[in-house]
Design a protein around this ligand. Structure first.
Ligand SMILES: NC(=O)c1ccc[n+]([C@@H]2O[C@H](COP(=O)([O-])OP(=O)(O)OC[C@H]3O[C@@H](n4cnc5c(N)ncnc54)[C@H](O)[C@@H]3O)[C@@H](O)[C@H]2O)c1
Length: 272
């Protein structure tokens, strides 16, 4: 069954991890997909993978924090692929660090990339979809539902995404717009994010946790397999495609009565 046949989607952060998987699953289910990323070559590679599999896609280099670019993302998508009715605000970073050592510059960058971008994208999508309707899907995290040591700014940014999503959903309905807005909250998903700035999280871990990590990774990076083993009832990290399948459901008309809700995909991590 092609869940989103004939629809046009925009996916930010589509060069890697969850964004790449979401773009591929949306295309598999019949959507034409505009893949954007700060990594323009990576976005192009995802679009090429979609075309190779027989789907329709285009790509653009986009910094999601750049306000002026959002208009061209929607305009270019419309001229290349058709009127967009799906936006996946997925691009994100995790700058870890203990609060007492955390700089204001890192705090502001964390909030800009994870939160300002979701506001800018949602505003652009509401303006573009106000006549035709659509579905906006914002990537939050289990870190937007509860606190964790060493990632306070990330938690704050994802908590903001959670509640902004609810407010946007209520506002769309109040305005009579046929636009649904939902947030997705992944647990530990096996993507390259664990090799990036989040590695500073280890600084605030307790000695015991640190020893397990160091033994498995040489201390250079966080291993999602090890983290999931200790935190997730299903005892494994999620695959990016498993988040993509939830995103395509929320993008499709199968979820036509679902808006303003938080959708957790975490192997049971928040169940206990
Ligand atoms: N992997 C996990 O365990 C996990 C868990 C919960 C939530 N998330 C969230 O899911 C989303 C995707 O994460 P991922 O794990 O796939 O990470 P990833 O690092 O694999 O991919 C993120 C992508 O976003 C892009 N990006 C970063 N800053 C950008 C910017 N300013 N403008 C445009 N693109 C930018 C990167 O180039 C990269 O391609 C993020 O919002 C992340 O916070 C991930």
């Amino acid at each position: 069954m092609a869940l989103v046949k004939g629809k046009v989607a925009i996916v930010t952060g589509g060069a890697s991890g969850i964004g790449r998987a979401a773009a591929l699953v949306l295309a598999r289910e019949g959507a034409a997909v505009m893949v954007t990323d700060l990594d323009g070559a990576g976005a192009r590679a995802t679009a090429e993978a979609i075309s190779k599999a027989g789907g329709k896609a285009a790509s653009m280099k986009q910094d999601v924090v750049d306000e002026a670019l959002w208009d061209s993302v929607f305009a270019d998508t419309k001229s290349l692929l058709g009127t967009p009715s799906i936006l996946v605000n997925n691009a994100g970073i995790a700058i870890a660090g203990a609060i007492m050592e955390y700089s204001l510059a890192d705090w502001q960058k964390q909030m800009a990339v994870n939160t300002d971008s979701v506001f800018l994208g949602t505003r652009a999508a509401m303006r573009a979809m106000k006549e035709t309707g659509g579905s906006i899907i914002n990537l939050s995290s289990v870190a937007g539902l509860r606190g964790s040591s060493g990632v306070s700014a990330y938690c704050a940014s994802k908590g903001a995404v959670r509640l902004f999503t609810k407010a946007a959903a209520v506002e769309c309905a109040a305005l009579g717009l046929k636009i649904r807005v939902n947030s997705v909250h992944p647990g530990i998903i096996d993507t390259p994010i664990w090799q990036k700035d989040i590695t500073r999280m280890t600084e605030t871990m307790q000695a015991e946790q640190k020893a397990v990590l160091t033994a498995s990774t040489g201390g250079n990076a966080l291993d999602p397999n090890v983290i999931a083993m200790g935190s997730t009832p299903m005892a494994r990290p999620g695959r990016p495609e498993e988040v993509g399948e939830l995103i395509v459901f929320l993008a499709s008309d199968m979820s036509s009565y679902i808006t303003g809700q938080e959708h957790v995909v975490d192997g049971g991590l928040t169940a206990r």
